[in-house]
Design a protein around this ligand. Sequence first.
Ligand SMILES: Nc1ncnc2c1ncn2[C@@H]1O[C@H](COP(=O)(O)OP(=O)(O)OP(=O)(O)O)[C@@H](O)[C@H]1O
Length: 868
Amino acid sequence: MSEAKTTVETPLMKQYNAIKVKYPGALLLFRVGDFYETFGQDAVAASKVLDIVLTKRGAGSTSETELAGFPHHALDTYLPKLVRAGHRVAICDQLEDPRFVKGIVKRGVTELVTPGLSYNDNVLDKKQNNFLASIFAGKELGISFLDVSTGEFYVAQGNENYVLKLLQSFAPSEVIFSKSSRERFEKLFGAEYNTFALDEWVYAYDYGYDKLISQFKTASLKGFGIDGSGEAIIAAGAILHYLDDTEHKDTSHIASISRIDEDRYVWLDKFTIRNLEIVHSQHEGGVPLIEILDHTVTPMGSRQLRKWMILPLKSKEAIDERLRVVETFHADDYFADKVREPLKQIVDLERLISKVAVNRINPRELLQLKRSLKCIVPIRQALKDHTSVELQRMAEQLHPCEDLIDKIERELREDVSINSNQGNIIKEGIDAELDELQKIAFSGKDYLLQVQKREVERTGISSLKISYNKVFGYYLEVSNANKDKVPADWIRKQTLVNAERFITEELKVYEEKILHAEEKLVVIEQRIFNAMVQHAATFISQIQQNARVIGQLDCLLSFASVARANRYNKPEINDSLILDIKAGRHPVIEKQLPVGESYVPNDIYLDSDQQQILIITGPNMAGKSALLRQTALIVLLAQMGSFVPAESASIGIVDKIFTRVGASDNLSRGESTFMVEMTETASILNNLSHRSLILMDEIGRGTSTYDGVSIAWAIVEYLHNHGHKDCKPKTLFATHYHELNQLAEDLTRVKNFNVSVKEIGDKIIFMRKLKEGGSEHSFGIHVAQLAGMPNKVVFRANEILHFLEKDKHKNEKKKIQELPKATPQMNLFEADPRFMQIQDMLSKVDINTLSPVEALLKLNEVIGVLKK
Ligand SMILES: Nc1ncnc2c1ncn2[C@@H]1O[C@H](COP(=O)(O)OP(=O)(O)OP(=O)(O)O)[C@@H](O)[C@H]1O
């Protein structure tokens, strides 16, 4: 700190400025002594985000600048706050020990932490990957994702729709692209992500290719199956360049790259991911599907689950493989527990091994790594002993890492601290010199105690104590009351208010011995510890593989556990074009119903011969949207390998799920709700396949009735008669336009259904049962009344409705003109003579003089009138 005070404007600031210009756009944390300092605009920003004091240096002079700093040990607390606020933070450390340097110490940036690149446990969320994305636009769009904390590296290539969908599914914390495409990409998605633009030359094919092969130490990219994907390679290469740029030099844990193959996974358009609330809810406080489904017990498991949820499978074999494992666990709870219990003890293997790769693991974490690896042993054995082929295969993929476990167990103490430089981390018997030094340090201290005892006896000062501080080393402290008993051979060092401190020749000799031993001891311990870390680094790929298998196992166990808890059943997956769900339920709504209410299950049958499109009508609030969503969610769950909330489900593989549910506003982008609705619908119609499942909820409601009915009508016709004869996408079409029921008369594969209600008097009861046939009313006005609409409006709306329904063929405009004008009759109090009487009674009451008993009597009178 003193350096900052005395030289802030001169050599230190010169050094600061030289470093600062190398990291444009980054907030520079500049280590000065025990503090990280920020200057100028960085200080203003840091003081705001971190709520720390902003001061001024050199006030009045030309070099006046703002300054804000915090103690270096608080870095772990403050850094995440800066990163979460969207800052890129360059950490500039002292590269030399100031004690041995004259003048200014050498400094340099040791890491540039950005929202998408972090190893810091406080920045990362255990349950989620922290992806950095890179995009490149050539003929197609290439995209790459890297989670530096786990080493996962992906690429994909396709049209704009596909890439945007992936962006939304992977939800990266930061997106990078070339400066020349800034405008295009920022228009496309900029506001949603932290972005950073790199120089254009970085996004070049040869450069990207070379970067990738040198990272993976291979001659080509053929082995990764990405050789032909030019745009994707360019995007991925730029990520590696960005790692260099941000001082992330140790990257041996990024050892391979995989392609997100569009053909392997169900296509969920970006609206579907949002509309079905798979991983995020659209409403504050809402519950996404993942919350119901996540019974995982490890961080790898919950991250894997997220990936499985956004990438459901299309191959029957692959789905069946997962389902068989879930069935095994589901059927045998005892066995499931046998695997789950050790699984619970496993910590974040994947992120720990990344820390090994970048040499940032501390002794306690290495110990955790070992303990977790040990837990894999019984899991591996249990899987191996089971008759299931899938489980045996998983057992084979789990590496026992015995050698590493043995080494850590042999060398590392079980009670280590976080820091490797505080001693006491290596066990006895590993290094003879270390043991010797431990003895000296330990017996030296023991010796000091004997000296203390002896001197107490010699001097008669019973309160005499030997203590230690950094300035004098070991000293004897004597209270003022005993000062005259101090022997002549003690050397006075310091006088305090109540005591005096002395050293002796003998103490100095021992001090030298102990301190020397301790210093050497720490050096040896660190050497042994580093060797252990290096040994662990030779297990990176095995441990990464273990982490993957553990993640998958955890997910499958979670599916079994959810199935048990929520009464899900195993779906039957086939290659037909039939969807046959018996007694299906909505997995989220069924968990949220008020106590005493239970979810009403429904059957859905769709095929491509007889029943391709269901027109579902029914009153507002009947449960149409819930039915649509539950159908898609059941298909999704089945194809990710989970059991489903249904009595039975026979599912002909679906390759794309499209939804247009509800009117989601997009005003922030300047598009009208109707425009969004039409864009989403257009995207559905342009991307159909014969295995698609389409959910359309109230298409056309954003415009006039006639326009709306016409558009909805044309869409249903298109879906029925679309292009070539094999393309008959299964469709659920919920609508309030009862006119659409007429479609079933001409189009053979269109069927009318309705979600039923019962009318009892002027009340309706929601039955929530899907029945064949169309429905007549929407009961919208009834729902408006339930919602607390003023009575006047409800009365008037009913009046208009009856009038309109009297003659449906007349011109609507004319009908409205023919409507009787709203009359004062609408006033409740005037409409009913009883109310008039009550009004009269109440107007005479003087509330100020009314006693409670009189009030009760008056109330009784009112009730009497109402009963008339
Ligand atoms: N099968 C069911 N069993 C029990 N409750 C249900 C069921 N389906 C829906 N609900 C409840 O009814 C509410 C309304 O359902 P939903 O939004 O699906 O109605 P809707 O017919 O689409 O209405 P609108 O036409 O107004 O959009 C849901 O939030 C849910 O609480």
